[in-house]
Design a protein around this ligand. Sequence first.
Ligand SMILES: [Zn+2]
Length: 329
Amino acid sequence: MKNLAYIFVSLVLLFSCKPTTNKKETKYIKPAPRITVPQLNPDSAYNFVKQQVDFGPRVPNTRAHEKCADYLVKKLKSYNAEVIVQKATVKSFDNKSLNIKNIIGQYNPANKNRIILTSHWDSRPFSDHSEHPELRDNPILGANDGASGVGILLEIARLFKQNPPTIGVDIIFFDAEDYGSPDHKDLPYKPDAWCLGSQYWSKNKHRKNYSAKYGILLDMVGAPNAIFTREGFSMNYAPWLVDKVWGAGTKLGYSNFFDYTQTGSITDDHYYLNTIAQIPSIDIIQYDPTTETHFGAYWHTENDNMSNIDKYTLKAVGQTLLYIVYNEK
Ligand SMILES: [Zn+2]
């Protein structure tokens, strides 16, 4: 045993003295890092929608609007976004001065490789599509029309804190999207009366020489059994992005939501991102084949409240966006 041990030690010494230049190189291929996409929590997203609705209608120049702005800024900051509040005064269709705030939560602001995720945070000052004429001058709660998209984006911000994205992301909450002329009054047509916040931002971006690869707008993304069709302007300006998002939704098992039918063009914030800001942008917006307007029956009525919000729809849309962000190179 003694001898064997001696031979073993000698062998070890012999090998360890071998000049390193003769060492055979082992080829090692580094595996691609596994992409972990965080899981959206539908209860949390729902709660973010509810908290906005609890302020009441978020109509510019009201106390509820101001309080909700403070809430959104506080939330984004708590999730490590670098926040810019862009204040402006814009003119409404009836020549009122509206004090608006576009709220921008930046992640990796120095990274030139960036995308925009956006939604409008104001709610409409009229229930002009209500069945009840006496209600039509009332503002709406906008649970789906406004708060749903913002709720999903706040949940995404929460997940960004836990799993910082590698690309740059700007979460932008546009103001005064829904202040267009009411349909229940016989007013002359006024162009560009909607999307006042995004029009302002597109002409006055929050940073000098700002650019982004693309933008994804969420509007009315929380109704039960919602269908999102391929909207006209999105298909005109960024069909490749529609393919990318609809493809991701389908891959994740949400093909009931992401429908490949192409439908009409809708003037929404993405229109101005495309035409003024020159950032290719699409709109994920509910299409309802059963109504005359092709918006949900709750649209611009007193029924756009929390009963109109389904956690599974929030999950489908939010999880699809998360897949896009974490797979973006
Ligand atoms: Zn609306």
